[in-house]
Design a protein around this ligand. Sequence first.
Ligand code: HEC
Length: 150
Amino acid sequence: MSRALMLGALALTAAFSLAACDGLKGPGDNAGAPSADAAGGPPPLPPYQMRAQIDETNRLKPSSDGEALFSNHCGACHLAGGMGTNLITGQQVAAGQSPDKGLLANRDDLTADYVKAVVRSGKGAMPRQTRVDITDAELDKVAAWLGKGQ
Ligand code: HEC
């Protein structure tokens, strides 16, 4: 292969890999997370590794909103690609729901009380979260944000 052809093939490969990285952006992306698009930097991390930054000045009176607190405290498992999302997607599909219901943020059947009970007691593969993991005040905000059910 000539040198020019080789360079062309390399450029094409690079273009395709960049296009593939763009595929990571989509619904389920994490509001408030820092952007990983710096020129020449590494490819963006998967959403579950891109948890939102929160203000932790006073965790008993959190100033961040429920969505950001959820992303930060629950996102490692419950954002797109997380193991909680993967498990719940299977459960939801088996129950006749659409796969996007694997993301807790897309559920409209969860109540705030149910969310708090699961978080404090654990459920199946989910370990219970202590008040060090997430304070009562933080959990109140997360549960209010997730609890769209009656
Ligand atoms: C270490 C990973 C992990 C963390 C952290 C985590 N979860 Fe979970 N969560 C799971 C898994 C896995 C399941 C599915 C459990 C099962 O059914 O076996 C689950 C299930 C749930 C459910 C039940 C959903 C249903 O359909 O019944 C709720 C509600 C929930 N999590 C809320 C939260 C909230 C809110 C947080 C943050 C405070 C959180 N979780 C943090 C892993 C996690």
